[in-house]
Ligand binder design. Structure first.
Ligand SMILES: *Cc1c(COP(=O)(O)O)cnc(C)c1O
Length: 384
């Protein structure tokens, strides 16, 4: 057995695993029985329709992953070689990679310490500074991190003032609301991921949502090799094979049906962790802002080693010994050699989060017993 597989098999409580408790089997069998297992089939449009109404957007275009959804979004906005895009530094690498895919350069913005999202004050002053020197970014890519929405109003306002399009990376935030409206519906385009560890999964997949018909049509066109109608293989630009298959969409339809119960469970898991950890010395927790409803995709906390008694890495190691999978939070992208040449605004907050932050198991299927083991194991590390 490879080392990697061995490590996986020792894990008894994974960080975030899929929960297949609904019509997944039935819909997959329908695909097999009807022979629609590939890129054509009724589940794809059904999934897009269900998703559109779930988030309250006008149009949805399903894609092969969250990364390909974001890549298409930047293509749709015409981001190209030499363009700069403002993006959070505290995020998964795909948020920045898609900027590089189109030849652009990310400009990394630090987090605010409360929700760990992109700091709107830093973003606003950076846009204004750039306006003065005639170097406005081509787009702003806002990530809603770990399920908690970013504070969108100031970001949207400065974007409107300088006519900069906003894309929302809501890959982690299905079920999250900003001032009562679902995230992804504020920007020109919003993107989601259905990877196995996300709020709902299609095995692998993504989606773009928008209120603009032309953008939705063009997203579909680009995701299907930019094929023109007719039997001949005519293509009017360089497109991609970024479709979601009927099999994947079948899973997605079944998963979306369960979304309300998934969100309820995630909220309950977070509340339980919160109650258990709120009085531990040296621990700080994310709290929902008054204007936010989090999807609680990933539960995270910060450990201050001096007060807590040991550092984040030791907590990770002690949990691993007990078969509990936990992870450090995202490595700030500006600290990675591959992006170290990019301009950044601030960065110390994200670096601090990275040195002290960890994610705890928060699957929809997490039992109370398993959660108690995680809670006790964390408390055991605290030597006060
Ligand atoms: C998961 C994720 C992505 C990429 O989605 P994939 O489906 O894995 O390609 C992009 N951005 C963020 C913030 C993510 O968490």
């Amino acid at each position: 057995m490879s080392e990697k597989l061995e490590t996986v098999s020792k894990v008894t409580i994974p960080l975030s695993e899929p929960f297949l408790g609904g019509n997944e089997r039935e819909y997959l069998l329908q695909c097999l029985e009807t022979n629609y297992v590939s890129s054509i089939g009724p589940f794809v449009s059904r999934f897009e329709k269900d998703f559109t109404s779930c988030v309250g957007a006008k149009y949805s275009v399903a894609t092969s992953s969250g990364t390909t959804a974001l890549h298409l979004a930047l293509r749709l906005l015409g981001v190209a070689s030499g363009d700069e895009v403002l993006v959070s530094t505290f995020t998964f690498v795909a948020s920045a990679n898609v900027i590089a895919y189109v030849g652009g350069t990310p400009v990394f913005i630090d987090s605010e310490p409360r929700s760990w999202n992109l700091d709107p004050d830093l973003l606003v002053s950076e846009v204004k500074r750039r306006a003065k020197i005639g170097r406005l970014p081509k787009a702003i890519l806002v990530v809603h991190i770990y399920g908690h929405p970013a504070d969108l109003d100031p970001i949207l306002e400065v974007a409107r003032q300088y006519e900069i399009p906003v894309v929302e990376d809501a890959a982690q935030s299905l079920g999250a609301y900003y001032k009562g409206r679902h995230v992804s519906t504020f920007g020109v385009l919003g993107c989601f991921s259905f990877n196995g560890n996300k709020v709902v999964t299609t095995g692998g997949g993504g989606i773009i949502v928008t209120d603009h018909l032309e953008l939705a049509q063009r997203a579909k066109h680009l995701s299907t090799q930019a094929t023109l109608p007719g039997a001949e293989y005519h293509h009017d630009e360089i497109g991609y094979n970024y479709r979601l298959s009927n099999l994947q969409a079948a899973l997605g339809v079944a998963q979306l049906e369960q979304l309300p119960s998934f969100l309820q469970k995630k909220r309950a898991v977070a509340a339980r962790y919160h109650d258990s950890f709120k009085d531990l010395p040296g621990v700080s927790l994310i709290q929902e802002a008054p204007w936010a409803r989090s999807s609680w995709w990933m539960y995270s906390l910060l450990i201050e080693p001096e007060e807590f008694g040991c550092d984040r890495n030791e907590v990770l190691a002690r949990l691993r010994e007990k078969g509990i999978q936990s992870r450090p939070v995202w490595t700030p992208l500006h600290t990675m050699p591959l992006y170290s040449n990019c301009h950044r605004v601030g960065g110390q907050v994200a670096e601090k989060l990275f040195s002290c932050g960890l994610n705890l198991p928060c699957s929809v299927g997490l039992s109370n017993l398993a959660q108690d083991l995680v809670i006790d194991s964390v408390k055991d590390c605290c030597s006060v």
